[in-house]
Design a binder for this molecule. Structure first.
Ligand code: ADP
Ligand code: ADP
Length: 231
């Protein structure tokens, strides 16, 4: 993933906020890359640009050779299927079971029923939800809900998994379990993971490299140990 001169300006009347200000980053395949910063630093906007929930004001986001910052509307849907997203508050469908939540992106993609069922079974095993397939989200613990969120994000075999404060609504023990799961997925699938968080602990525990954001800019970047241990 190669990000060049990425900018996002929000305008409302005469007010203008530069939420992402000339960000340049290279993220390798198979890396767990952390983005950390205080509230308002621009982390959410940054990650929402990566899956085009927001349109960039300018710049490039090249993922596996394709510049997704400059796609036309018709190409966006397919590009989005190649990028999985995990949310802080899970964003599950409350009237659907675990199995149905995970199958949802496959239905949208038009995956045939048989293949859909096999894929969902695989995902349920992968995230450790065996036995809970027919439960509804209201019957699950926070950690279990996020396992559903992760399985759903992986359904279409994305090239990148984006995690937006994925453990911020969980207690410390559950946070560690979910981070272990992300490491497992990273290793088993050789999947690139980008996570944004305001928690140092999350970055320390699983990231290979980290970028520190402040006021829309990357103010520091590198190996986690270098960034956090050196003055
Ligand atoms: P973080 O995720 O690090 O807390 P955000 O990306 O949410 O930061 O916000 C960065 C800045 O952009 C903030 O000043 C915020 O108020 C502003 N911002 C975010 N989204 C919008 C929006 N839709 N319209 C206007 N300003 C926004
Ligand atoms: P957390 O500590 O993550 O908030 P909970 O206390 O919500 O966890 O859940 C603990 C256990 O209770 C989990 O195994 C969950 O599946 C089960 N559980 C929670 N709510 C319900 C419910 N409404 N019906 C059945 N089981 C539930």
């Amino acid at each position: 993933i190669s990000i060049k001169n990425l900018q996002k300006v929000f305008k409302s009347g005469t007010n203008q906020v530069q939420a992402v200000d000339d960000v340049n980053l290279n993220i390798e395949k198979g890396e767990i890359y952390g983005v950390i910063g205080y509230s308002g630093a621009g982390k959410s906007t940054f990650i929402r640009l990566l899956n085009r929930l927001e349109d960039p004001t300018s710049g490039e986001i090249v993922i596996d050779g394709e510049d997704i910052a400059n796609l036309r509307a018709g190409q966006l849907r397919k590009a989005r299927q190649e990028i999985g997203m995990v949310f802080q508050h899970f964003n599950l469908l409350w009237s659907r079971t675990v199995r149905e939540n995970i199958a949802f992106p496959l239905e949208i993609a038009g995956t045939p029923k048989q293949e859909r069922q096999e894929r969902v079974d695989e995902l349920i095993k992968l995230v450790g939800l065996t036995g809970r397939e027919d439960a509804y989200p209201s019957q699950l613990s926070g950690g279990q809900k996020q396992r559903v969120g992760i399985a759903r994000a992986l359904a279409n075999r994305p090239k990148v998994l984006l995690c937006d404060e994925a453990t911020s609504a969980l207690d410390p023990e559950t946070t560690d379990q979910i981070l272990d799961l992300l490491v497992n997925i990273n290793e088993q699938l050789d999947l690139t993971i980008i996570l944004i968080t305001h928690e140092m602990h999350v970055i320390r525990k699983i990231s290979h490299r980290v970028a520190v954001m402040e006021e829309g800019k990357v103010v520091e970047e590198g190996d986690v140990l270098d960034v956090f241990l050196h003055p």
